[in-house]
Design a protein. Sequence first.
Length: 290
Amino acid sequence: MNKRQDFRHFDRLRVRWAEVDMQKIVFNGHYLMYLDTAVAGYWRAMAMPYHETMELLQGDLYVRKAALEYHASAHYEDRLDVGMRCARIGNSSMVFEGGVFRGDELLVGGELVYVFADPRTQTSQPVPAQLRAALDAFERGEPMLDVRIGTWDELGREARSLRTAVFVHEQKIPAELEWDAADANAVHAVAYNRFGMALGTGRLLEHAPGVAKVGRMAVRHDMRGSGIGAALLDALTGVARARGEREVLLHAQRSAEGFYARLGFVVRGQPFDEAGIAHVQMARAIVAMQ
């Protein structure tokens, strides 16, 4: 029987009204949905856009077996943690084990067996070495991101693509407001996953003597909530620290204010409009390395 400590990845959820049956407990079939959703979260925690990665690997994963074992029931409004881990990798298959927990109590255990196959013929083929290595590394607790620091000449192609997708296409900011001369002199950061895909970017400017400014923070929409933004901020703050700056500030969109607050940034002043979007200035002191 699985225990909480057996899992590195958890998805959290709250039981909804629509998931409770006439016995006033979660309908048994919904637990399979909980596990399947946790698998999607597992790929996100690996910094792995699922569909794009499978296209790169020229295959896809198909469920061969799904099994559930029930120990106790979840109720409406229960807060559940759904653990997921890759337990075994064979030649063409992989076994994921899951557990639905209420606190430390295991309510339901599950096993999902996937086969890696050619999507055209749905015939099995060996699990690619790159995917196998990434899964093993994740389960060992190794970092899934490589945040690179560089100039616009070095990182501009990926940074431009990410910023265009997020700011110009998603947020409808006019392209002429997105691009400025500051890119040429800024320090840029781009986060890459283990498959070489660029997932997020940001830049660092000197705002005033001793004060750095982070800007143009953009993370792929399907990878948000997986620690990429925090990794980018940490890398850029490290550059500011190395330059001897004492503070880093930024203009946060109001929708992202909570994210920055959790990373230690404090609001300064009143909200303001920038490129048609409500923003607020936030700042954080830079702690010198001992």
